[in-house]
Every structure is written in C-alpha cells, then in structure tokens.
Design a protein around this ligand. Structure first.
Ligand SMILES: C[S@@+](CC[C@H](N)C(=O)[O-])C[C@H]1O[C@@H](n2cnc3c(N)ncnc32)[C@H](O)[C@@H]1O
Length: 240
C-alpha cells in the first residue's frame, strides 16, 4: 500500500491501512512529538466532555485508547466507556494496554466506522474524539452520527490539530512538522505516513467552519476553543 497522495484526499481503506501500519509506533511518537503535551490536551477534552462518574461514554476514533482510558478513569467503576475505531491493529494495542493497567477500567473496544456507528440512538451521556475528525472522510456525516448516538443534553469534546491564526505560530507549526515530525517518523520507516499530517490539516475546516458544521449536524451549542497557541483546538458541542 502506498501512503495517501499529498494532493488527493485519501480513500477510507488507505486511512485504515495507514493507522494499522503505524500502530506499534503511534504512542511513543505522540509522546516525543508533543513533548508529552498530548496528555494534557486529552485531559482537557475529557473535562470539556462533562463526563461524570457513572456515565456511559463514547470515545470515537480511539486508536490505541489513551483518551478512552482517561474517560474511563473519569466515569469510574460505575460508568462505562466504548472506544470505537476501524483499525484492528490500534484496537489490539488498546486492549493490551488496558489489560496491563493497574487500575481496572471498564472499556469495551469496538471495531467500527465513525460514519456508521454500531450504536443505538441516544445511548451516550458524553463523548470524546481525539485526532479523529481530521481523518474521517465525511465530517458532516461523522458529526451527525455522533449527534444521533448522544442523549439529549449530552456534550462531546473533539480535539484535533488546528491552523493557528498567528502567521509566526503557523510557520513554526509547519517547520516543526517538516523538520522534526517527518524526520523522526522517517527514522522508523514511517516518513510518508507522517508527511500526511500537513495536507490533512490544510483540508481540515477552521474552528469557525467546524462550529457551522456542528450546528448543521443538529448541535444546539458549538464552541471551538483554540489551545496551545492555536496549534490545537477543541470543538465542544451539545445536543439539545
Ligand atoms: C490520529 S489517530 C487518533 C487516535 C487516538 N484518538 C489518539 O488521540 O491518540 C486517528 C484514528 O482515527 C481512526 N479512524 C479514522 N477514520 C475512521 C473511521 N471512519 N472510523 C473509525 N475510525 C477511524 C484511525 O484508525 C486512527 O486510529
């Protein structure tokens, strides 16, 4: 399989294969490339999802499950979390990490498509999604599926890269991706896979556009919070 072209949007099977292939290196690379900051940003997403002890929650595009496990710690023994992803290799790592966790966590891993969720309507009290929205092929459909499975009044927090407004910070972001992220991935034979971040970010809607898409999907409230100088952002949405 070749990595998705930098000009053409990738196909769903290409994205699935890409995330299967990077699964073993994914967590250590995240730590290195964000200098551990992704943990802080994911924790912010958990807080903004307003998940409460005892809640039944969903983590979409869960990958190796870091955000889903954080959500599981938040909902505690009486709550439950479903982590959904279409990459079997990422889910295998997610299950193994959870098995090794000292604290027992109530997480169910589900292999499925964020564009066609295998869940009942109005099933979840809260949801998170970390670095998934930029990767799904149909953002409006993904938001409308998320809206469908949330209960009335439920909140979801969607964390992803963002294009900073400041030209300086944007140039730094581009330099960082080109000169640190891609070479580090290259040392693991994953150069093409990580070179994919920048074009995916260029295609990704801005915060204001994400808010508009969320409203079209039926969310009564939608606010996009730029974080980390605008390099990242969290879209917080609420179902009426
Ligand atoms: C960048 S990773 C993020 C993983 C994890 N949420 C995190 O923050 O570390 C994006 C994930 O989205 C998943 N993904 C992309 N499109 C998907 C879809 N349509 N349905 C389910 N999973 C999808 C990929 O398999 C991948 O694991």
């Amino acid at each position: 399989m070749t990595a998705p072209s930098q000009l053409e949007p990738p196909q769903s099977t290409e994205i699935q294969a890409l995330f299967n292939r990077i699964a073993p290196a994914y967590d250590p690379l995240n730590d290195w490339l964000s200098l551990g900051q992704h943990r802080v940003w994911k924790q912010m997403a958990v807080r903004w999802s307003d998940a409460q002890p005892g809640d039944c929650c969903l983590d979409l595009c869960c990958g190796s499950g870091d955000l889903a496990r954080r959500l599981a710690r938040q909902v505690g023994k009486t709550g439950s979390v479903y982590g959904l992803d279409f990459s079997a290799a990422q889910l295998a790592i997610a299950a193994q990490r959870t098995h090794e966790s000292v604290q027992p966590l109530n997480v169910t891993w589900v292999e499925g498509d964020a564009l066609n969720l295998p869940f009942e309507t109005a099933q979840f009290d809260a949801a998170t999604m970390g670095y998934g929205l930029r990767n799904v092929l149909d953002i409006p459909r993904s938001l409308s599926e998320l809206h469908r499975v949330l209960k009335a009044g439920a909140t979801a927090a969607i964390l992803d890269f963002h294009q900073p407004k400041s030209v300086w910070i944007r140039e730094f972001q581009q330099w960082y991706l080109a000169n640190l992220v891609v070479p580090m991935a290259e040392s693991l034979n994953l150069k093409q896979e990580y070179a994919y971040i920048m074009p995916s970010l260029e295609r990704f809607p801005t915060g204001a556009d994400q808010v508009a898409l969320a409203r079209q999907a039926g969310f009564s409230q939608a606010i996009h919070y730029p974080i980390a100088g605008g390099i990242m952002g969290v879209l917080v949405v609420q179902k009426p």
